[in-house]
Design a protein around this ligand. Structure first.
Ligand SMILES: CCCCCCCCCCCCC[C@H](O)CC(=O)SCCNC(=O)CCNC(=O)[C@H](O)C(C)(C)COP(=O)(O)OP(=O)(O)OC[C@H]1O[C@@H](n2cnc3c(N)ncnc32)[C@H](O)[C@@H]1OP(=O)(O)O
Length: 716
């Protein structure tokens, strides 16, 4: 797990050998400890070079070990021994030096990095802090402020930035190992004094207390309720105020408070789930490892509204040539201006973009390998576009629809090659948001799914393959959540109370603030099309019942009043002044709700915060179980990744399905039964068969759910 070689010029070379990322497993730690002792004991060795196999220095501690009892040599004494040794140790960094990997390099006396390497301390993203001296050595190397930024964000920095900050001593463009060996020979025998970072004093801002206070406020705002960022601030603060050994003690105490926490478990689950969803499969047997994606060099985007513009920018930034299409010159010009502005804004520091052409002529699509349709969310309009595309494009062109929930199969049916049609549900702004739902229809071919999944990866997205049903996974589950929020208002809650409960849970914004931001007319249009409101409603139907179940007309009534959200200055909240973004509770809304309740004979009651959370979240989770039953998502991890990356579910809570497991499936079942008993006209509160089965199977860990899901599906 660590190889030892003596090379000419009195240098010992220690190579970490645990591909793919040389994670510091117990075996690797043992290997380093043993080989280092050997180098120190060998009088012929004057200096040591430490490197990693496979083009990667080290991806940090082995996260898989965190779930069980830790064994083997500790990282801290191992790194301390490197730093304290009398022979210089040079880290030769290729690929990544992350987390414990960077901490290991910080224990070395010199660091030489390849110009394409990346370094960072991403432990905070795993619900931890850098606990192998990272919070104490990094501030001593680059100062408190820069260290705090790196440690609380977990961001990876480029080799160039690492050089500027002083994290690495030198960059190479070619043979990193060769340069490091030569360098080690040149410094052998020189005093190591201040090269030992633990002996240095960190550079601190003048007003340390208010600096640290400000940092706490900032991290709390960034990730509401997350423990690790706060612990990171406290640990770095200790580097400023305590001698090294006491700072290390504080680092260990703070790590102990995080290490077995529910938040750390949730975040580490997200890390592995993000990788798991890349190993997709479909019920028809298509799989990530057998389906070959097609290369995409040229693509077209149809429709340059907000989504189309973002998609075009995303494609261009991945180096794909884009033909951008609009129906008339005026729309085209507006699209051209918007796309150009977005590109200019994002240009700094980015790589080269693919070529871009604007046209109103569909004939220009003959040369592209893939088309993404992003026109208005209307099935009839989209069908018409797909007929045109099928007539114009070569038969082997992959046709994608950017829809948030329309039937992909109906669009495929309008084309000559339905097997080459998939849904690509981008999230707005499409050039920023990380999630892509790739929707396969019953006829989508493995190559079509593989190409769309691979494209998502090229665009820097987390792509999740999902089946075709109204709303797919994300929006299908959102519907019962929104419904509960409206029902709670009918029963006595205020929008700000519901939002507060959700924001305290960890959402950046509650349901009503989000609705105001996106515009209430979006859902209104969907409900009109579904015949839930407007002229499609059967005469004489009660306003609070639709299609045999409870319905709340509250958001429709707001829209009818012209209250469409932020853009009209009024929605669930009031926005004072032009372009105002601050949501203020609105007395109008309160009296509107009061009148509504009176009109419908509803006796308002004080709704406890716990009920707000349980009804909104468990209704959503219950639908998640149905999504799994129906085979629309392959496993709970797919759902959780969709919610964390696309819907603002607090990452430190792992996603809705993970949350259900953490609360206890029996509790979720019990509460759903309770609420369904109280509201029998809300079918979404009726516990799903899968939830019942999982509880009956003894509440297995989430990693085992797939076995139960398979059995339930086979019986349904
Ligand atoms: C109550 C008791 C208290 C006791 C206290 C306990 C004290 C314990 C002391 C611990 C001290 C720890 C100190 C240290 O600070 C902690 C850490 O180092 S945590 C780890 C930090 N590192 C990271 O977060 C990096 C994670 N990895 C990545 O970001 C990426 O994988 C990458 C390295 C950038 C590479 O990206 P890609 O090339 O895209 O490849 P993949 O992401 O697909 O990864 C490939 C493969 O490798 C697996 N993997 C990656 N990193 C790790 C890792 N660190 N550990 C284990 N496995 C890793 C990844 O899952 C993939 O596997 P696959 O899915 O293919 O099976």
């Amino acid at each position: 797990m660590a190889r030892y070689v003596r090379i000419p010029g009195s240098i010992a070379l220690i190579t970490l050998a645990n591909p793919p990322v040389n994670a510091l497993s117990a075996a690797v730690r043992r290997g380093i400890t043993e080989t280092l002792s050997r180098a120190i004991a060998d009088p012929e060795v004057k200096a040591v070079v430490l490197c990693g196999e496979n083009g990667n220095f080290c991806g940090g501690a082995d996260i898989k070990e965190f779930a069980g009892p830790m064994s083997g040599p500790g990282l801290v004494p191992m790194i301390d021994a490197i730093e304290a040794g009398e022979k210089p140790v040079v880290a030769a960094i290729e690929g990544v030096a992350l987390g414990g990997g960077l901490e290991l390099a910080l224990g070395c006396h010199y660091r030489i990095a390849h110009c394409k390497a990346r370094v960072g301390l991403p432990e905070v993203t795993l619900g931890l802090l850098p606990a192998a001296g990272g919070t104490q050595r990094l501030p001593r190397l680059i100062g408190l402020s820069a260290a705090l930024d790196l440690i609380t964000t977990g961001r990876h920095v480029s080799a160039q930035e690492a050089l500027q900050l002083g994290i690495v001593d030198r960059l190479t463009e070619g043979d990193t190992l060769g340069v490091a060996v030569e360098f080690a020979q040149s410094i052998a025998g020189q005093p190591l004094g201040s090269r030992r970072l633990s002996t240095r004093t960190p550079a601190c801002p003048a007003d340390l207390d208010s600096f640290l206070q400000g940092a706490l406020v900032q991290v709390r705002r960034r990730a509401r309720g997350a423990m690790a960022p706060e612990a990171c601030v406290r640990a770095v603060g200790a580097a400023a105020t305590l001698p090294y050994s006491q700072g290390m003690q504080r680092e260990q105490e703070l790590m102990a408070s995080l290490f077995r926490s529910a938040q750390a478990r949730a975040l580490q689950y997200c890390f592995f789930s993000q990788r798991l969803v890349g190993r997709w499969s479909t019920p028809s047997g298509a799989r990530w490892d057998s389906a070959e994606p097609r290369p995409i060099r040229r693509a077209a985007v149809i429709g340059l509204g907000t989504m189309g513009r973002g998609i075009a920018v995303s494609l261009l930034q991945a180096g794909i040539a884009v033909v951008a299409v609009e129906t008339d010159e005026q729309q085209l010009e507006a699209g051209r201006r918007a796309v150009t502005a977005l590109l200019e804004r994002r240009a700094q520091g980015r790589g080269s973009e693919g070529p871009l052409r604007f046209t109103t002529d569909l004939q220009q699509l003959r040369q592209v390998e893939l088309v993404i349709e992003a026109v208005f969310e209307d099935l009839a309009v989209k069908k018409q576009v797909f007929r045109q595309l099928s007539a114009v494009c070569p038969a082997d062109t992959l046709l994608c629809t950017n829809t948030s929930g329309l039937d992909v199969e109906q669009l495929a049916a309008c084309t000559r090659s339905p097997e080459l049609v998939v849904g690509t549900h981008f999230f707005g702004p499409a050039h920023v948001m990380k999630l892509l739902e790739v929707v396969y229809g019953p006829r989508s071919s493995p190559v079509a799914v593989a190409t769309a999944m691979h494209l998502g990866k090229r665009l820097g997205k987390v792509s999740v393959a999902v089946g075709n049903c109204p709303g797919f996974v994300g929006n299908r589950m959102l519907k019962p959540y929104l419904e509960q929020a409206h029902f709670l208002l009918e029963e006595g809650a205020a929008p700000e109370q519901v939002d507060q409960a959700l924001e305290e849970f960890g959402f950046a914004m509650g349901v009503f603030r989000v609705a105001d931001l996106s515009g209430l007319d979006v859902g209104w249009r969907v409900r009109k099309e579904a015949g839930l409101t407007g002229p499609g409603v059967a005469p004489g139907e009660s306003p609070r019942r639709r299609q045999g179940r409870r319905y709340s007309p509250l958001p429709d009534l707001l829209c009818e009043q012209g209250r469409l959200g932020q853009k009209t200055g009024r929605g669930w909240y009031l926005y004072e002044g032009p372009g105002a973004r601050e949501a203020r509770p609105d007395p109008w809304t309160h009296s509107f709700l009061q009148q509504y309740r009176q009109q419908h004979g509803l006796q308002p009651r004080a709704v406890p915060q716990q009920e707000v959370l349980e009804r909104c979240l468990y209704a959503l989770i219950n639908e998640g179980f149905r999504v799994l039953e129906d085979g629309i998502a392959t496993g709970p991890e797919d759902i959780d990744i969709i919610y964390v990356f696309g819907y603002g579910w607090p990452r430190h809570r792992g996603g809705p399905m993970f949350h259900a497991g953490a609360v206890g499936l029996a509790t979720v079942l019990d509460r759903l039964e309770h609420y369904h008993h109280a509201h029998p006209d809300i079918p979404n509160l009726q516990p799903s068969a899968l939830l019942r089965r999982l509880v009956a199977s003894g509440n297995p860990p989430i990693q085992k759910w797939r076995e139960v899901i398979r059995r339930v599906r086979s019986q349904l």
